[in-house]
Design a protein around this ligand. Structure first.
Ligand code: BGC
Length: 789
């Protein structure tokens, strides 16, 4: 007894002097993260501790079939209520718990906390990713990212579960609004800039969903059957650019399988490609409840399992004991997790303020939204319309702006500025009786609307309010012009539909028709504002509108941003980063999206929401978006890269540094503002490569830049460097990137269909621009689309 008390006394004394007791008592000291090396900490961990570090704490959800959280974990208070996940702490080794929160449009946490009525925890709803990408402005993305990062940190979150970077394979993808573009270069550069911004605040990101996760249909059991070339050039490329350009702290593997193997269980994907080829140094986590074999996930290099459950912890320990999972593998997974934890605010003991600068971030959101809006059409210079003017405002979403989508891409913002409010603040006068009618209608419809199955499920849209010509006619007499909005929302768990979603509903068609007839009869203009998260059909009705502004889902400040653009305070400089097809049938994956259920295939997982086994065969191969439309001669409604301005730009003097490619080439072009107001132009460089062994798209975006704000008459020369990798295509036969010999055409322009300057250069002999491993190959050949077939 006396000895025990003595030792304890000694320990206290030594601790006060900052010395570990074990040094004196003869045992080796317990290592502590940050004080000892990561390897020493790992060596001191039991198998149970290792497994518990790698398996998250679970979610407090009661979904049938989903394993519950352990009672011990349930008892640990959440640092940030509403955050999507937490990892386990191991206090004896100085390892803290990390808090992870969505997502791509803002920090998604609960805005209110039990027992804390005195204050709120709202986060800024930034514009959705598709809008941000339409700015084509990497510096803006970095600034938006920095605001996200500060908010993440100030609310006590360690890792933001964003950005989403899947490719817009098909306009119906339910989560496309969370993603940037149909093009991997735009996707990768936007993501890299955003990640650099977020991480500059000392918190991490999780680029997601890695990879080829293009739809929501049976998303947890859907096999993306896709060729190696399409994978490398389209579906992996953006991730590669983001990893190399920003080293995100984490990558989130996706729900789907790729060529028969779950992404989260694919060593090809997570180790061979991501780490060995690209040099990724962070950790990989699963998407929530993804995959079906935790041991395979460990072996694949998927280090952290989210949200995690006690059964998974046990499975890891059992596998180590049984020798089916090596300790060496497990230690690698643990080391990578600890490396990330070491950088986290939680580890650094950061005391979060819970007081992010929401005012400053609202300004960033407002500016970003205006920068990413796209002026699709502007007949007869309809816009801008300077206040004060009287506007008759039609359409549900004029009064109830759709700030963003649903699910984990949603945000709990404090307010949303409607179009009506934004326009009124800008000095326009608005029809009060229309406001009253719409407000009443929306309230009635909302009351009738069935609640979603689960709180984070998509909500049914409010049907467009029917209008009668007899009511619209008098408005045309009173107002100077009409503004009609069309709204769309989508989100996790569901893809969009063609009828009444990609296409307009009958009520929407009739609204546009009725308003256009009435206002045009009086010689007045009609402006349509699209408050949507992705492309819709426009070809059948656009001639009835004098101007069309694509406002996307612009975040909480949306109404103000729209007013900024309509009034000319901001000259629109957004350009489409995703094509608006003329008809859904024109989409290259129209027939193969979202895939089909595979009857007879054994379910891989079993719980509510797990869906059924399915597959989507990516028959279009690399011909996604403009790569298809431009090559197969299919005219879209608005091409990739399209967007108008209130001024005009001319392009001149394209100079290539050489006619022969010698490993590097520079293209320089001068853009001049020839109009009457200041503006910015997005200069796009496409390359047409010679079709040799490999078929080639007519043109592929290989570089882009946005000019400064140019005054009327002002010019700017932009230069683009092209290396061998920028010329190359992926040759699956050789597992290499190759630039084939022949003549290359540089096409510089204002959109994929508006080329203003061209030049050519030659590649004398085929160049190998990079070697890769054979990885992720389809199990059987895919009949891919080819030009001319
Ligand atoms: C989504 C992820 C999200 C996670 C956590 C999943 O359902 O696919 O994007 O980060 O939930 O909320």
């Amino acid at each position: 007894m006396g000895r025990t008390i003595g030792a304890a006394f000694l320990a206290v004394l030594l601790a006060l002097c900052g010395l570990p007791a074990a040094t004196v008592t003869g045992q080796s000291p317990t290592p502590r993260l940050g004080k000892s090396s990561v390897k020493e900490v790992v060596a001191a961990m039991s198998d149970e501790e290792k497994a518990s570090l790698l398996v998250g704490m679970g979610m407090n959800l009661d979904v049938p079939g989903l394993p519950a959280m352990s009672p011990e974990d349930r008892a640990i208070p959440e640092r940030v209520p509403g955050a999507a996940g937490r990892t386990h702490a191991i206090p004896r080794l100085g390892i803290p718990s990390l808090t992870l929160a969505d997502g791509p449009a803002g920090v998604r946490i609960d805005p209110r906390r039990k027992g804390d009525d005195a204050r709120t925890y709202h986060a800024t709803a930034f514009p959705v990713a598709t809008l941000l990408a339409s700015s084509w402005d990497t510096e803006l993305l970095r600034r938006v990212g920095a605001a996200f990062g500060e908010e993440t940190r100030d609310y006590g979150v360690d890792i933001l579960l964003a950005p989403g970077m899947n490719i817009h394979r098909n306009p119906l993808g339910g989560r496309n609004f969370e993603y940037y573009s149909e093009d991997p270069l735009v996707t990768g550069r936007m993501a890299a800039a955003f990640v650099n911004g977020v991480q500059s605040a000392g918190v991490g990101t999780s680029i997601k969903h890695f990879a080829a996760n293009s739809q929501e249909f049976n998303r947890m059991q859907s096999d993306s059957v896709v060729g190696e070339r399409a994978l490398r050039e389209i579906y992996l490329k953006g991730f590669e650019i983001a990893v190399k350009g920003a080293q995100p702290w984490t990558v989130m593997s996706s729900y789907n399988l790729i060529n028969g193997t779950y992404a989260s269980q694919s060593r090809d994907l997570l180790t061979t490609v991501l780490r060995e080829e690209w040099g990724f140094r962070g950790l990989v986590m699963t998407d929530w409840f993804a995959g079906n074999d935790v041991v395979e996930q460990m072996k694949a290099g998927n280090d952290v399992i989210m949200p995690g459950n006690p059964g998974q912890t046990r499975a890891i320990v059992d596998a180590v004991r049984a020798g089916t999972l090596s300790r060496q593998q497990l230690d690698e997974n643990v080391e990578r997790a600890l490396d990330v934890i070491l950088r986290s605010p939680a580890f650094k003991g950061h005391r979060h303020s819970n007081q992010p600068d929401l005012k400053a971030h609202a300004l960033v959101a407002r500016e970003a939204a205006a920068e990413g809006m796209v002026l699709l059409g502007n007949g007869g210079g309809t816009l801008p319309i300077t206040p004060p003017r009287k506007i008759a405002l039609f359409g549900n979403s004029s009064y109830e702006l759709i700030a963003g989508g649903t699910g984990s891409g949603d945000v709990n913002e404090a307010y949303t500025v409607s179009l009506e409010q934004g326009l009124a603040e800008a000095g326009y006068s608005l029809d009060a009786s229309l406001k009253e009618t719409y407000t009443r209608y929306i309230a009635e419809q909302k009351a009738k609307r069935p609640a979603p199955l689960l709180p984070f499920f998509p909500v049914a849209p409010i049907p467009e309010m029917p209008v009668e010509a007899g009511h619209v006619g008098p408005k045309a007499g009173e107002a100077d012009l009409a503004l009609v909005t069309v709204g769309r929302s989508s989100g996790e768990f569901e893809d969009r539909k063609v009828e009444g979603d990609f296409t307009l509903s009958a009520a929407e068609q009739s609204l546009i028709q009725t308003v256009a007839d009435a206002f045009h009869a009086q010689g007045k203009k009609v402006v349509v504002v699209l408050n949507v998260g992705g492309p819709i059909e426009v070809a059948s009705w656009r001639d009835r509108a004098d101007a069309i502004l694509l406002a996307w889902q612009p975040g909480q400040e949306g109404g103000r941003s729209v007013a900024d653009v309509l009034s000319g305070k901001v000259n629109p400089s957004g350009r489409l980063a995703t094509t608006f097809p003329a008809r859904f049938e024109d989409v290259p994956s129209a027939k193969t999206f979202p895939g089909r259920e595979v009857p007879g295939r054994e379910p891989l997982i079993n719980f509510l929401l797990a869906g059924r086994p399915a597959e989507a065969v990516y028959e279009e191969g690399i011909f996604v978006g403009y790569r298809y439309y431009g090559t197969f001669g299919v005219k879209p409604a608005y091409p990739f890269g399209h967007g108008l301005s209130y001024t005009d730009f001319t392009y001149g003097g394209l100079k290539l540094s050489s006619k022969q490619f010698g490993g590097k080439l520079t293209a320089a072009v001068t853009v001049t503002n020839t109009g009457k107001v200041a503006g910015r132009e997005v200069v796009q460089l496409y390359l047409g490569a010679p079709a040799g062994r490999l078929s080639k798209p007519a043109a592929e975006l290989r570089a882009f830049a946005k000019t400064n704000l140019l005054r009327p008459g002002q010019s700017q020369t932009l230069t683009f460097d092209l290396g061998a990798a920028d010329l190359a295509s992926f040759d699956p036969a050789a597992s290499s990137w190759v630039a084939e010999a022949g003549t290359y055409t540089v096409k510089v322009g204002a959109s994929s269909a508006d080329v203003r300057q061209t030049g050519t250069f030659d590649v004398k002999r085929e160049i190998t621009a990079g070697r890769a491993n054979r990885a992720l190959a389809p199990r059987s050949p895919i009949r891919e689309m080819r030009p001319g077939s």
